[in-house]
Design a protein around this ligand. Structure first.
Ligand code: SF4
Ligand code: FES
Length: 394
């Protein structure tokens, strides 16, 4: 198949509609795309999902390049555009970009730490057509939350921003990343989410690759903590039915089978890095040896999604080793997470060790239990500017 050139969107659409017997046409364009507008961020969360090697601001897509990307995404059938980062509001053109996304018909969601928002900026974003805001919280009160974020008064600013978001009439999701050092605050985080008018709460236990892997000993919860959390989430879901939807993600290490990461590699999802690389997941660049095509090249986004080596490499089941190869779950969890397999075994083509059938499962589970039992509290912070003071431990 010849390359489909970016300048010819009709060809791109033809490819998507093609009934020709081409295996890669099986993978329809995802409904939602996550755009890392920048890796710049004032917070230093020790479990940040951005790559350990951050992209500098000098390589970020320009306003016009992002607009072109959005237009192309809308043309090929993407419905939702998630503005993420780093911190997307660091970009001075964020309002203009939201406006453009809406103009081309994309549903817009802002995933933000909220510490840089002002009341005026929230109003501008709402006026530009922003559909939804998702604010991360690191705890239920400043002592714990600000230390984890590595940012003074972060919690206070987030509460204020949440109020502005609600006053602007925007639906709000609270995103709470949980680990050993803040799980005790989950009951209060749930009450806080209700109090600030969130309609959804994501209780996401840390997943361990990138920064989180560096901080695993300080973050890993105990089995007892996790059991108590699962019980609390179930009770709260019942109690708050119709008021607050609670999504819940447990840490892989304590699961029997791995999560269906990204809905399966190259099946339901892609994201775009600040410089325009099209990635199968936010952590894909942690896998060394994979080359990622960029929206700055001469290929259309649809071509990259369907044909590029990085997406093809672990798509489907053909790449799988045993025990996945002959496992009944191979088309349910698609072998788990490639990034985790790489981080823990050095080969992204191995079975995710989170699976109890992986020969490495027992070893990593025991390691997790050992780390959870330590009193390691100090974080190695993600640090964009190399300027974070050493964190105090409280
Ligand atoms: Fe999933 Fe592979 Fe484990 Fe089977 S062996 S449950 S396909 S990770
Ligand atoms: Fe990359 Fe799971 S985070 S495949």
């Amino acid at each position: 198949m010849d390359d489909i050139l970016r300048d010819d969107p009709m060809d791109t659409l033809k490819l998507l509609d093609s009934t020709a017997p081409i295996t890669h046409v099986d993978f329809g364009i995802p409904a939602a795309v996550l755009a890392e507008m920048t890796h710049r961020c004032p917070l230093q969360c020790p479990y940040c999902s951005n790559p350990v090697e951050l992209e500098r601001s000098s390589v970020e897509l320009s306003t016009e390049e992002w607009k072109k990307v959005m237009t192309e995404l809308a043309e090929i059938g993407v419905l939702q555009f998630h503005f993420s980062g780093g911190e997307p509001t660091v970009r001075k053109d964020i309002v203009e970009l939201v406006k453009h996304a809406r103009a081309v018909g994309l549903y817009t969601n802002l995933i933000t730490s909220a510490v840089m928002l002002t009341e005026a900026k929230v109003k501008e974003l709402a006026d530009a057509g922003l559909d939804h805001a998702q604010v991360s919280f690191q705890g239920a009160e400043s002592g714990v939350a600000d230390r984890i974020a590595g940012f003074k008064d972060a919690h206070k600013k987030k509460l204020q921003a949440a109020q502005w978001i609600k006053e602007a009439g925007l639906p709000l999701t609270v995103n709470a990343v949980m680990h050993r050092q803040n799980l005790h605050q989950l009951p209060d985080i749930i009450e806080m989410a209700v109090a600030i008018g969130a309609s959804r709460l994501e209780v996401a236990n840390v997943q361990y690759y990138g920064w989180a892997l560096k901080n695993r000993a300080a973050l890993m919860p105990t089995v007892e903590q996790l059991d108590a959390t699962t019980k609390l989430v179930e009770e709260s879901r019942d109690r708050l039915k119709g008021k607050l939807v609670i999504d819940y993600v447990i840490p892989d290490y304590y699961a029997e089978r791995p999560k269906k990461c990204m809905g399966g590699w190259g099946r339901q999802f892609f994201n775009i890095s600040p410089s325009g690389k099209v990635l199968p997941c936010h952590a894909a660049e942690s896998i060394t040896g994979l080359e990622f095509d960029s929206v700055r090249g001469n290929k259309s986004i649809a071509w990259i999604w369907q044909n590029s080596d990085a997406f093809q490499k672990y798509r489907g089941t053909g790449w799988m080793p045993e025990p996945c190869k002959s496992c009944d779950f191979r088309e349910i969890d698609w072998g788990g997470c490639r990034c985790q397999a790489f981080a823990l075994t050095g080969d992204a083509g191995n079975t995710d060790p989170a699976c109890h059938l992986s020969p490495l499962h027992d070893k990593i589970f025991k390691l997790a239990q050992t780390e959870a039992a330590t009193d390691v509290r100090e974080f190695k912070y993600r640090n964009y500017a190399n300027a974070t003071p050493k964190a105090e431990v409280n």
